[in-house]
Write a protein that binds this ligand. Sequence first.
Ligand code: ZN
Length: 200
Amino acid sequence: MAEELYTGPKFETVFLSWEAPSHQHLQRLIHWCTVFHRENLAPAHETGTAGNLSFRLEEGSNAFCITAAGLIAKCKLSPDDFVVVEKCDIQNKQVFVRGNRKPSSESMMHFAIYKALPKINAVFHGHHEQLLRNAQLLDIPVTETSCDYGSEELVESIRPLLGKHNFFIIREHGFLSTGTNMEQAGALSLHYKQKNESLM
Ligand SMILES: [Zn+2]
């Protein structure tokens, strides 16, 4: 696989304000980042990116709170390690944020999911080599094409599976777990990890 190495987000970050997020659900996201770290669900991918987790701020809006770019270890996080993405202009490759860091390089993918699926309120993306390898045995759908991280092509590649599956594999890359809330997206990730372990 000739995937390019991580060089940071491939979009321009437009800062609308500089304060760190303070949403009431942020502690749950910090909790799930810790779980992903503990369960080794967000190790650095060979490209150098290391998973990204987000939740929708409120019903009827596509704004979301997401892990900052380049966050390798997802333990002992504080609000400063998160960014609120207000909106994305995918065509012009611009992401409008509130926070004091750049948002995850996969912010456009998270935005596309929230926009397409109004009932989905949490999107967790992680990496797990064995899940990728065992996808067929575990009956997990896989996207058709392999794309570079953070690319528009990657966003397009997941569209056919959106709304049909809450958990699927991004080909040769990692997994996407979505849910109506963070507990659902988190539990689904753990469910497939355990299902994979039961194969051994
Ligand atoms: Zn990834």
